[in-house]
Design a protein around this ligand. Sequence first.
Ligand code: F6P
Length: 325
Amino acid sequence: MPKKINKIGVLTSGGDAPGMNAAVRAVVRACAFHKVECVGIFQGYQGLIDDNFKAMNARSVNNIINKGGTILKSARCLEFRTPEGRKTAHENLLKSNIDALVVIGGDGSFTGAMIFQKEFSFPVIGIPGTIDNDIYGTRYTLGFDTALNTVVEAIDKIRDTASSHNRLFFVEVMGRDAGHIALNAGIGAGAEEILIPEENMGLDRLLESLKRSEKSGKSSSIVVVAEGDKTGKNVFEIASYIEQNLPYYEVRVSVMGHMQRGGAPSCFDRVLATRMGVHAVESILDGKSNVMVGIIDEEMTLCPLENAIKGKSKINNKLIRVSEI
Ligand code: F6P
C-alpha cells in the first residue's frame, strides 16, 4: 500500500517561465480543496537542501495568477546533482513530514526529480514549465504561448523601424535545442526566413533566398534565428556574412534575450497552468509518481519522467512547409 499523502511540497526549478505562478497557485489550492497540507520550497532544489520551506494555504497565493516569474524563486542547483546534496534534501523533506513533491520545471529539473525518486522512493510529479516547449509528452509547456506573444509583439515593432529604413533585421530568439519559438513566432510575425536547430538551412541558401526577395522588390526583411541554430554560426556572424554578400540592405541584429521569459502569462498559459496544477495534485493523491503531467489533444495526460526527458519534442514539419510557402 503506498503511504497516505498528507503534505505536498512544491518548487519551481530551472529557467523561469510565465505561468509558473499560476501553476503554484493551482497546486496550493488543489491541496486546500483536498484537505492536504502544502509547503512552498524556495529556490528550487537549492531550497530543498537549505531547508527553505514555508507552509502555504489558499490565501498565500492570492493575486499571483497574473504574475510572471515565480514567487517561489528558481535556481539551477549544482549541489542537487551530488548524492550528498540529495541526501540532505531527503532528510529535510522527512523532517518536515512532506510526503510528495511537485516539481515545476524543464528537462534538467526532471532529471533531478527522477534520480531523487529512484534513490529514496520518494513520490514526485513534474509540471512542464519552460518557454522552449521542448518537452516530450505534452503538446504545450507553461510559458511557451506567452513567450510567443512577447516575441511577436517585439518583432512587430522591429518591422516598423526595418521598413522605415529599408533594413534587414536578424532577430535571435531563445531555444537552445528547439526551434518551436522561432518557427511559430517567425510565422506569426511574417518573417522572411526562419533558422531553427532542427534543420540546417545553410548560409548560401539563406543568401539566395534573400537575394530573390530583394529582386522581387522587398525593401526590408526580418529573419528569425533560434539561438541553437544549426549553421554553426551565431546571429552576429550570420548577419555579417549576409551583409558582405548582399550590400543592398543595411543589416541590424536584435537579440531578444531574457525579456522573452518575463511578463504576465497569457490566458492560455494561465488556464494550462491551472489544469496542470490540479492534475498534478490529484494524480499524487491517486498514488501516481515519477510522471509528468501534460496536455495532448486537449486532455490532461501523464507521461513517465524518463520519457519526458529522453523523448524529443518534435518540430511540426507541416509548419515548416507553411513557413516556406
Ligand atoms: O529556459 C530555457 C531557456 O530559456 C533557453 O531557451 C535558454 O537557452 C536558456 O534558458 C537561458 O538560460 P539562463 O537564464 O540560465 O541564461
